[in-house]
Design a binder for this molecule. Sequence first.
Ligand SMILES: C[S@@+](CC[C@H](N)C(=O)[O-])C[C@H]1O[C@@H](n2cnc3c(N)ncnc32)[C@H](O)[C@@H]1O
Length: 214
Amino acid sequence: MNADRWLADTRTSYDTVAVSYADQLREALAGAPYLRAALALFADLVHVAGGGPVADVGCGPGHVTAHLHELGVDAFGIDLSSVMIDVARRDHPRLRFEVGSMTDLDLADASVVGLLAFWSLIHVPDEAVPTVFAHFRRVLRPGGPLLLGFHVGDESRLKTQGYGGHPMNVHVHRRQPDQVAAWIRDAGFTIEAQMLIDPDKSVPGGVLFARRQS
Ligand SMILES: C[S@@+](CC[C@H](N)C(=O)[O-])C[C@H]1O[C@@H](n2cnc3c(N)ncnc32)[C@H](O)[C@@H]1O
């Protein structure tokens, strides 16, 4: 798949749905106890690692970034969609949000103590995933925790509308946790824990905790 094409399509799709996505997801964590538990554990790992900046990569409207802040984490958000970033700044004016792509992460080496990518890797095609994880490793301090959330499954599908029927043109990749874990290990991470959320649903959620090796 042409990199410029899928990145441009993903950006345009989320620019289109950003406002309705924010409206629909604003309170989502309130009804997601297992995700809140994962975020609380991640916050704890960041504190134990000494604290410092934490990147929420593919942050969307910033509700997870803000939740981490409430847990005492110095989180900031990065997203491909400039409209998402506008919405995140509007909803969380005291937090830092920047436009950027995880395929070309504009952060200095070892500049963050933790990194989170919640349901944002789902739009990255297989051939680009190793590049993304190489960036994650590069920007994380040695020993820093990584938290990934993704759709579990075996198929990829083209999403042509969403979040109130707005047009989208974005691929959504479901993956097995073992596949994601193998990619992370290859990039220089150690897997520390894995959660499978809603295993009885058609699309369970996968959550992986990993740590950058020294
Ligand atoms: C399903 S939303 C998830 C948003 C948020 N993390 C959450 O948990 O609600 C996917 C987000 O990933 C962003 N995204 C997709 N590809 C990206 C990339 N290459 N770099 C940065 N962000 C990306 C999209 O713009 C969108 O905001």
